[in-house]
Design a protein around this ligand. Structure first.
Ligand SMILES: NC(=O)c1ccc[n+]([C@@H]2O[C@H](COP(=O)([O-])OP(=O)(O)OC[C@H]3O[C@@H](n4cnc5c(N)ncnc54)[C@H](OP(=O)(O)O)[C@@H]3O)[C@@H](O)[C@H]2O)c1
Length: 294
C-alpha cells in the first residue's frame, strides 16, 4: 500500500490555513536564506515559499551571492534574528564549500530555527524534549507514520544514513518516549557490515542514503514498512527531460513485498514542506503568546 505523503501533507496544510484564517492580527513570516544558485536548492526554496503563500504564511527570500563571506552571511542572519516580524529562519543547505554550515546555523536564534538544525534544538531533541523544533524531514516521517496509524512502538526500525539533516535526528525522534516513538532503532551507514542481514530483521526501513534504488527486494522482510527519503536524478532517455527522479529504494521490486511504501516523488518530500509550515506556525504562536504576556 502506498503511504501518500502528498495527501497527508495537503491535509496538514489545510489545517494550518484554517487556523490562520481568523483571529490573528498579522501573518506568520518565514525568512528563507539562499546562498548561490545551486539548481536543486533554487527549486526547493521556490516550493517552500509557494507552500507558505498557499496557507497564509508570509515569506521573505534572501538571495545572497555564492561568494558571500561567512561574516557577511552571519550579519544577514542576525538582522533576521532581530526583526520582530520574522518568526522562522531557514538557511537552505548545502552551502557553498567556503562556508561552514555548523558555524552559520548556530547564529540563527534557536527560537526561530524552524528547520531544527540549531545545536540547541538538536540537543533538546536528543535529550527527549518533544516540544523542540525537530528537523522537518524526520519530523514529517514521524507524523506521516502516526497519521497512517503505523505504530512503531517496540518495532525494529532501521535508519540507513546518519546525516545531521535526516538519519541522526530520525533515530532520536523514534527513540523518544511518547506517541509515535518508542521504537528499537538501528542506524546504518557506509561502514556498516552485513547491512542486508540487518535490514531483513527490520519492521520498518527508512532509507536516507542518496544512492538510487539502493534498497532491493532481497533486503526487505515481507510485510515491512518502507520509507524512502532519497531524491536521485538518473539518466532516462525515454523521458522528455532526459532524466527521472528516483528514491533510494527499488520501488517496483519492493512494493509487492512490503506492507507500506512511500513513493518518490510524492512521499517524504511534501511532508518535509508541511513540517516547515507547521514549525513556522508553532514559532508564530509561541512568539504571539510571549508578546501578549509582556
Ligand atoms: N525528501 C526530502 O525532503 C529530503 C530531505 C533531505 C534529504 N533528502 C534526500 O535524502 C538522501 C539523503 O540525504 P542526506 O542529506 O541525509 O545525505 P548525506 O548527508 O549525503 O548522508 C547520506 C548517508 O548515507 C550513508 N550511505 C551512503 N552510502 C551508503 C551505503 N552504500 N550504505 C550505507 N549507508 C550509506 C552515508 O554514510 P556515511 O556517513 O558513512 O558517509 C551517510 O550517512 C538524499 O538523496 C537527499 O537528496 C530528501
Amino acid at each position: 500500500m502506498i503511504l501518500d505523503g502528498k495527501q497527508i501533507a495537503g491535509e496538514i496544510q489545510q489545517e494550518i490555513k484554517q487556523a490562520l484564517s481568523s483571529g490573528h492580527t498579522r501573518m506568520p513570516c518565514l525568512a528563507v536564506v539562499l546562498v548561490g544558485e545551486n539548481p536543486p536548492s533554487v527549486i526547493y526554496v521556490n516550493r517552500k515559499t509557494k507552500a507558505c503563500a498557499e496557507v497564509g504564511i508570509k515569506s521573505i527570500k534572501k538571495e545572497l551571492p555564492a561568494n558571500i563571506a561567512e561574516k557577511a552571511l552571519i550579519e544577514e542572519i542576525e538582522q533576521l534574528n532581530n526583526d520582530p516580524a520574522v518568526d522562522g529562519i531557514l538557511v537552505q543547505l548545502p552551502l557553498p564549500h567556503h562556508l561552514n554550515p555548523m558555524n552559520v546555523i548556530q547564529h540563527i536564534n534557536a527560537e526561530k530555527d524552524v528547520d531544527g538544525q540549531h545545536p540547541e534544538n538538536l540537543g533538546k531533541l536528543f535529550m527527549g524534549d518533544t516540544d523542540t523544533f525537530a528537523p522537518c524531514t524526520p519530523l514529517g516521517i514521524k507524523v506521516m507514520l502516526e497519521r497512517s496509524n503505523i505504530d512503531v512502538s517496540g518495532q525494529h526500525v532501521l535508519v540507513i544514513g546518519r546525516s545531521n539533516l535526516v538519519g541522526k535526528p530520525m533515530a532520536a525522534l523514534l527513540m523518544q518516549t511518547g506517541p509515535g516513538a518508542n521504537a528499537t532503532v538501528t542506524v546504518a551507514h557506509s561502514r556498516t557490515k552485513n547491512l542486508k542481514e540487518i535490514a531483513m530483521t527490520a519492521d520498518v526501513i527508512i532509507a536516507a542514503i542518496g544512492q538510487p534504488k539502493f534498497v532491493t527486494a532481497d533486503m526487505v522482510k515481507p510485510g515491512a514498512v518502507i520509507v524512502d527519503v532519497g531524491i536521485n536524478k538518473i539518466d532516462d532517455s525515454t523521458k522528455g527531460t532526459g532524466y527521472q527522479i528516483v528514491g533510494d529504494v527499488d520501488f517496483d521490486a519492493v512494493k509487492d513485498k512490503c506492507s507500506y511504501i512511500t513513493p518518490v516523488p510524492g512521499g517524504v518530500g511534501p511532508m518535509t514542506i508541511a513540517m516547515l509550515l507547521s514549525n513556522t506556525y508553532k514559532s508564530f504562536l509561541r512568539r504571539q503568546a510571549i508578546k501578549s504576556q509582556t
